[in-house]
Write a protein that binds this ligand. Structure first.
Ligand code: UD2
Length: 321
């Protein structure tokens, strides 16, 4: 049972999106006041249907500095999930993702600073590590971003840290490692691999693996991201403010292995198609999650297999028939 004292006013940018909507649902369920800012470019109204009458929904773009500042009025905590994700999208069209991911993040920080927000927790990306040697990835490694998307997310982190150092605005960056789960959009050219493969295989289509399929990811179920954000809000500033934390499970799974687990769950009888490697792709990804555990108390709640089972169950229900 959560005491009333702990309830607060939250702004969730990108609250209609995949990750943002999970945060909205979790906070509304425990009784917090939730405001959502979303431009519905990649977010979906139906993601908020179940909570629509219990949230303050603002439709605006992160590029609109006035709207972002106004959304920060009276807010204790901002969970900044709004972004234009996808490495390949940023390679194909760098300008829009630059505008959203860098200028938008700047607008959130300025809004939060000017409106006296207590803390901003920001969605950062494991893509910051690039292809340097050394596994697992530790936050003390120097970033080596490969793609425009990785540069944009890293720039957001640097801005977050500067606002803590210069203005004393408490900021926490969570480097998400390939998040998957319910509500991840499966049918866009920029969909994450897990959502895309699940839907294709459900529909009897063979997915394409880019490269040899031996690239690895620390695939992390979205429930773990929800718990990481809630912990990042309440962790003492002495431990969390101005810092960056890996949020992952601490296990690496190849795409070939992931395909096979999905094929078993979905009883998919065909092999995948293999295609050329994707531009800007990171080869391997595996996180050390010690820092998040020590400073935030973060422990993954849902492992890879359980996450896949839940995800497949959700897509089956959602896309049945
Ligand atoms: C990056 C970040 C991730 C997050 C995400 C947001 C890394 C390691 N991870 O995810 O943390 O910020 O961007 O978008 O940088 N693939 C196929 N077939 C497909 C689709 C993808 O083989 O149809 C491959 C792709 O080439 C890659 C892997 O699957 O090797 C994962 O791709 P993704 O787009 O799901 O995510 P990724 O790793 O770019």
């Amino acid at each position: 049972m959560i005491s009333l004292k702990s309830l607060a006013n939250y702004l969730i940018t990108g609250g209609a999106g995949f990750i943002g909507s999970h945060l909205v649902h979790a906070l509304v369920e425990r009784g917090d006041q939730v405001r959502v800012l979303d431009n519905f470019e990649t977010g979906l109204r139906k993601n908020l249907d179940a909570v629509r009458d219990r949230i303050d929904l603002r439709e605006a773009d992160l590029a609109d500095a006035d709207a972002v500042r106004s959304a920060c009025e009276g807010i204790d905590y901002v969970l900044h999930e709004g972004a234009l994700p996808s490495v390949p999208r940023s390679v194909k069209e760098p300008r829009p993702s630059h505008a959203t991911n860098i200028n938008g993040t700047f607008n959130v920080l300025e809004g939060a600073r000017l409106e006296g927000v207590k803390r901003v927790v920001c969605a950062a990306s494991s893509s910051a590590y690039g292809n340097q040697p050394g596994f697992p990835r530790v936050e003390t490694m120097a970033p080596q971003p490969l793609s425009p998307y990785a540069v944009q997310k890293l720039t957001g982190e640097l801005y977050m840290q500067a606002y803590w150092r210069v203005y004393g605005l408490e900021t926490v960056c969570l480097r998400y490692f390939n998040i998957f789960g319910a509500r991840q959009v499966p049918d866009s050219p920029y969909s994450g691999v897990m959502a895309r493969f699940t839907l294709m295989m459900m529909q009897g289509e063979r997915p394409t693996i880019f490269g040899d399929g031996e690239q690895g990811r620390d695939f992390t179920h979205v429930e773990n991201v929800v718990s990481a954000n809630l912990l990042a809000v309440t962790a003492p500033a002495t431990l969390a403010a101005g810092r960056v934390f890996n949020i992952a499970c601490g296990h690496r799974h190849t795409l070939n292995e992931t395909f096979n687990v999905l094929a078993t769950l979905l009883k998919f009888p065909h092999p995948p198609i293999y295609g050329p490697e994707r531009e800007g792709d990171v080869r391997d990804s595996l996180a050390d999650i010690t820092a998040a555990n020590t400073a935030l108390g973060y422990v993954p709640q849902v492992d890879f297999e359980e996450g896949l089972r839940r995800t497949v169950a959700w897509y089956r229900e959602e896309f049945a028939g």
